[in-house]
Design a protein around this ligand. Sequence first.
Ligand code: F6R
Length: 607
Amino acid sequence: MCGIVGILGLHEVAPTLVEALRRLEYRGYDSAGIATLNDGRLDRRRAVGKLVNLSDLLVHEPLAGKAGIGHTRWATHGAPTLSNTHPHRAGPVAVVHNGIIENYRELRADLAAKGIAHETDTDTETVALLTRYHLEQGLSPVDAARRTLERLEGAYALLFLFDGEPDLMIAARKGSPLAVGHGAGEMFVGSDAIALAPMTDRVTYLEEGDIAVVTRDSLTITDADGAVVERPVKTIRLSNARIDKAGHKHFMAKEVAEQPAVIGDALGHYLSADGRDVVLPGTTLDFNRIERLTMVACGTAYYACLTAKYWFEQLAGLPVDVDIASEFRYREPPITPGTAALFVSQSGETADTLAALRYCRDKADTILSVVNVDESSIARESDLALPILAGPEIGVASTKGFTCQLTVLLLLAIKAAQVRGTMDEEAVADLLSHLRGLPAAISQALEMDEALQQAARHLSEHDHALFLGRGLMFPMALEGALKLKEISYIHAEAYASGELKHGPIALIDKKMPVVIMAPRDALFDKTVSNMQEVMARGGKVMLITDRAGAAVADEGTWHLLVMPEVDPVLTPLLYAIPAQLLAYHTAVAKGTDVDQPRNLAKSVTVE
Ligand code: F6R
């Protein structure tokens, strides 16, 4: 979603602002703009579409100035037009905003009553108009911004820049993250540390309700109660180099290829030195006292939870509820004593997941999270945040984030099984030894790239696809369909194979490819029966199975993709790979924007 950056610099800031916005591109956007202060006067350039349009504009109409703010906009209120593009300006103030001002209609009405008209469709414009009004009432820029912020309801990360104030930037956080970067005589503000990484590695994260008054050599933060507070300066580990494609055509391809390494990192972090035990660093979590696990997430992270349900229930005998965060938060489900609530989020900022966590705050016995971003809101509001150690995920479609989530969730389920006595020491050690072999099996699966590319070429000629799977492969079918639709725009749906006869079989014809994920496990024969039913009706079957499965069920398939064999418990981690590569190559064959698919945002910080 929207990305924000601000710089009080020593040199011209326009090129650095654009470069920082480029590093925020991954969040998803449909227009971009910057405003700078040149000789004390605000000026701005904005362009609809990709950042290259803004860069081109700046070549023809450069912007001078050593202080500036910038924004990539993912449209919420109003279409992605020039007039709706940020920064929004009202006389002497310019603002950029990530989030939603929920009471903007009321604010507009108040402004209209004062004879102040709005010119754009955005909620953000009201922030600029209100601040100009407060300035006209004689308030200083800091007081005018404060007075405006007092009126806002909803979620925001906001930056303000003022005419005649080249050494002042005001930043405010409520619901959307903001980080302040410390330079030598320079200050930076960004939506995340990735944006700031080339400029500084010293960062202060604003907390909920904070307002920061930033100058080139000072940072004064007041908290939600108006008290001046000290927030720590942290050194971030992100290096410039980690945000490149490392020779791959797309970030997604790089991130798919990284999976053996990052899963290895996660295993290294959570396994004891002898590899026979799961160690949850710095925790007193006691699975004997947990009677029920409630897991909540969105999208791909939700499918990771669905997979983990099988693991927690089958390995540890622990009852699990899994819910979509946007449903959970408004359904107000009862949380019974003995419930641990577990939230899974790559970004750690997904608005619905965060709201679900806050709903559980005083109801669940403990709040756990599985996150990729250590400093994220979800991590910080959890009793125990378990990092997945995937490294920055830039492609909008989650890949390594998903498999690292699965890795950590499986380790947690094994720990639960061990503590609850449903797996003995030997069984745990045996499963962990298989798990240690997983990075090698994933590397082998990645070698199927060419076969998947060929299958994808054929798949790309279709408008629809069905994905089927049973047991642990059902969530993988859901994930495969989601990956395919989000980056190739092919309409794809997934069903538990056993559901086929209850409706979806009516869709089967020659134009409906059916992707079936089925390692030769206890449920294999049943899935093969469903596959026969599809083929009997002229459906084209792409079967993804292992050697044992291929030996008995290759006849009549449209495509047969043969995977390495792993312990049945680990199959989701392995079968995620063909699901990802199939979607990736189909998107490449169709020529879509793989890393930034239309309409999608990486970090969904609004409802
Ligand atoms: C799909 C995808 C999304 C995210 C979802 C949750 O490829 O990436 O479905 O999984 O938006 O995001 P996080 O994990 O950041 O909470």
